[in-house]
Write a new protein. Structure first.
Length: 109
């Protein structure tokens, strides 16, 4: 159980680092005022992916919730930065829905 507590510290630390980095880049005018939040969501999505990976490797637990949260945050951030339209979100939602149904069917068998 010590590993889980350590992973929570790492997760929290990574979130604070991303927030600090985004605000620093915004203050230095490297990131525009109207797009800083997209970079923030992108960074937070990556943090969720890293956390899910660490949980899978260290405590041998797949955290589907972290993967889905990371995918949503990352998709919204990337969608804003490359001006993707709404159809992209429908596509991601459909893929998640299909994976969920497949997993339910596998567990029921």
């Amino acid at each position: 159980m010590k590993e889980k507590g350590s992973l929570e510290y790492i997760f929290s630390g990574l979130i604070l680092i991303v927030i600090g980095l985004i605000f620093s880049l915004r203050s230095a005018r490297i990131i525009g005022y109207d797009e800083w939040w997209a970079y923030l969501l992108l960074g937070l999505g990556i943090v969720f992916f890293i956390d899910a990976l660490l949980q899978a490797v260290i405590i041998k637990k797949v955290s589907v919730g972290r993967i889905i949260a990371g995918a949503i945050l990352w998709t919204i951030g990337v969608g804003k930065l490359v001006s993707l339209r709404g159809w992209f979100f429908y596509l991601i939602g459909l893929v998640l829905l299909i994976f969920g149904i497949i997993n339910l069917v596998k567990k029921g068998s």
